[in-house]
Design a protein around this ligand. Sequence first.
Ligand code: PRX
Length: 635
Amino acid sequence: MSNYHIKNLEEYFQVYRKSVRNPENFWEEIAEEHFLWRKRWDNVLSWNFSKPEVKWFEGAKLNITENCIDRHLTTRGDKTAILFEPNNPDEEAQAISYKELHKRVNKFANVLKSKGIKKGDRVCIYLPMIPELAISLLACARIGAIHSVVFAGFSSTALATRINDSECKMVITSDGSFRGSKTIDLKSIVDEALVDCPTISDVLVVKRINSEVLMKEGRDVWIEPLLAAASDECNAEVMDAEDPLFILYTSGSTGKPKGMLHTTAGYMVYTAYTFKNVFQYKENDVYWCTADIGWITGHSYIVYGPLANGATTVMFEGVPSYPDYGRFWQIVEKHKINQFYTAPTAIRALAKEGLAHVEPHNLSSLKILGTVGEPINEEAWHWYDDNIGKRKSPIVDTWWQTETGGIMITPIPFSTPTKPTYATLPFPGIQPVLMDTEGEVVKGNQVEGKLCIQFPWPSMARTIWGNHERYKDTYFSAFENKYFTGDGALRDEVGYYRITGRVDDVIIVSGHNLGTAPIEDAINEHPAVAESAIVGFPHDIKGNALYGYVILKDTGESRNHDNLRKEINQIITEQVGPIAKLDKIQFTQGLPKTRSGKIMRRILRKIASKDISNLGDTSTLLNPEVVQGIIDEAM
Ligand code: PRX
């Protein structure tokens, strides 16, 4: 019998030991007992991190939607699968049962087929948080198409780059989206993007805001009449364990976004097993993850993990501040939420607004609280614990990444004693190590290093779409035979891990991973700009905000700096999206560079944080004289 559901600390250690001593056997038992397979695997795991190549459950055949939907129909057909809470609190919530989800996914899948979408084709999904978003993911998976969801806050340029990188055939979008008191015209963003996307032949448009939109003849169609006419039966495509399930883009420190490719069986097994344990889901619980499905958190812990467990998962269309800062707590009360999973940036923003928004609401249904996406600071952790969990709901600080597919380091609630700012212990099957600058494993406790994982786990990304070399270089080259996460971490006296943040040029703003390169590229497109460099600096709510150092071209003319700042942020909004706007822009004469021409961001980071007491070694700089000038301008 597998220990599918861990109930106490002793059991955790027992399960963990088993998962490390005999990983194949451990995962095999879980896979065997808790999922529906069309054919059993021939081999549990084969791997080679130097290639790198990882295969889980090779030879097995399955369809993830049969696991997430069909197999629940007899026992949970009338149970709510997806509970949709609209942006506007006066609009009625929608409870979609497993039976109804089955029909809607099948209809959607049949519409995709009627448009010629086949197994292996890429479909780009650019939708707001409405039920059709979850349904379209599942519809793709039903027929073996590879979904590539692009967060609907990204700009047309960012959308086009992602569509072209994976050569999508179709875009699924809506006429628009509701976000708080605003509406966003999604369809026209898609239209702008598609000017440069030769591989797209069809656009399916969901009606959400009832706005007038341009429909391009022969390319764009409203989906509602097609769904109405489609059959609600659609046989699931039988997939190989290692067939691709989806691509999801994440920012790197350089270059274009990386299309992380996740495959079918391992992803399913791992997201389901982590969901069950990290949230201790019980049959009648109502679970809510506030993330957007445009991010990995939504893929794994709004859609696939919960549905694979037959859970009720809430999808919220709106924002935490609309109609007021009590919205999250009003929803918790209304739907009697038992597990609530959000990001530190949201907690900080809500804490700042005060308890007047929390106190009117009955939060007694809550059993478990979660956080993800960035380090949670101690103050926010305590605010969450005291005021939301009332010190009775454990906080699971879950560390993981788009690349890891599922939660990697986390407390198991009611088993692992929590500790503020610590993600605590590795999940069963996960073997973290800390590495020093010499490339050696750092042994013992009370140590710090770069966080790596030294053994494969089922839901790890298998490659970067179209660029396996980059996958190898980014994740498997820094340390031999290890997956490098890009994060730093420390291990305390009892072996708990605390993630200290990125050690590369990725900056996490409000939980969103932003690479410096695409933002700098956007700034440099401004005709007045000669060069630029972006760094992060601490921000009370966002965790980090962006600080831009900009060198203007020397044209002899004087320029209005305030206007330039606005124009630069406008370009960033267009090219990357509003999340990448700079909080501060400093016009400067030079940037500190190494002799090989690399910008020394360490110095710029210190100046942006107003921490200039010790700038470290500047002797390797090509132009040490610029540093004082930058400091003088900044202070
Ligand atoms: O730096 C870590 C941070 O977020 C990065 C991954 O970002 P992304 O791929 O967008 O996935 C976010 C949602 C899984 C990590 O490399 N991060 C994520 N969770 C935590 C965290 N940092 C500290 N504590 C966490 N719990």
